[in-house]
Design a protein around this ligand. Structure first.
Ligand SMILES: Cc1cc2nc3c(=O)[nH]c(=O)nc-3n(C[C@H](O)[C@H](O)[C@H](O)COP(=O)(O)O)c2cc1C
Length: 222
């Protein structure tokens, strides 16, 4: 059970978000997960140029930076923890840039079968919008959302305990391959939506179209 923690605070090891996320890792380690943590600030991630290269040729991009290192790690993980401080009721710009650069994951539901969890910290503790956005990202990429933990900047002991407990829940989601029917329905609806788009763009997005064909998701496309 491989779990990747992606932390987007520029404070890196000193980050409150990362501190809370380490609590989640503690719970995962107790359940025997193999965990890796990365800080987005250690990588060069430029903005998406909407060149559509990644749809024509999977994991190709005209923007030359480190993003593929992270996308590949995400594809290899069973669980992904997305940890971000609240920046104006959103994830940080670095995490949003990563999401934008992963639009192939959305077209081809590349995170199907995986679990995404959220960790958020803020000044105010009003984190619902950020957590909801990470949940939306999970579903649009085909992953189930295991839930999230959040905390106002001043961390209290109960929060670290909650984080560890949540880590064990995430580990069990992965281990037992738990399914949440309401989420599966949302993911399936998203897939139906993209089925039509992929068919319409078959001459343009050739490798993504081929991916759908190989998966047998297009039925009889002719
Ligand atoms: C650009 C920016 C925007 C922020 N926006 C909010 C906000 O909308 N609501 C809030 O409660 N805190 C906000 N904060 C505060 C951070 O979310 C908070 O200090 C957080 O705990 C920092 O986490 P870190 O130590 O992991 O970087 C903002 C901070 C920055 C730098």
């Amino acid at each position: 059970m491989k779990v990747l923690l992606i932390s987007s605070s520029p404070h890196k090891e000193k980050s409150k978000t990362f501190f809370l996320a380490k609590g989640v890792l503690g719970g995962l380690l107790k359940e025997g997960c193999d965990c890796e943590a990365i800080h987005l600030d250690d990588f060069r991630i430029f903005f998406c140029k909407h060149c559509e290269e990644c749809h024509k040729k999977i994991l190709h991009c005209s923007v030359l930076d480190d993003v593929n290192i992270i996308l590949k790690k995400m594809l290899e993980a069973d669980g992904i923890i997305l940890a971000s401080p609240n920046y104006i009721n959103q994830v940080t710009a670095s995490m949003k840039a990563l999401f934008d650069r992963s639009s192939h994951f959305i077209h081809c539901k590349r995170l199907l079968g995986k679990y995404i969890a959220a960790v958020v910290s803020s000044g105010s503790g009003q984190d619902k919008e950020v957590l909801d956005y990470i949940r939306f990202y999970a579903h649009t990429c085909g992953a189930q959302y295991s839930g999230g933990v959040s905390s106002a900047a001043h961390l209290v002991q109960e929060k670290t305990e909650e984080a560890a407990k949540f880590g064990r829940k995430l580990a069990l989601d992965i281990k037992e391959k738990r399914t949440y029917p309401d989420q599966i329905e949302l993911i399936e609806n998203g897939k139906q939506h993209f089925r039509e788009i992929i068919k319409l763009r078959k001459n343009k997005w050739q490798e993504e179209y081929q991916y759908w064909l190989d998966k047998g998701w297009l039925g009889n496309p002719r």
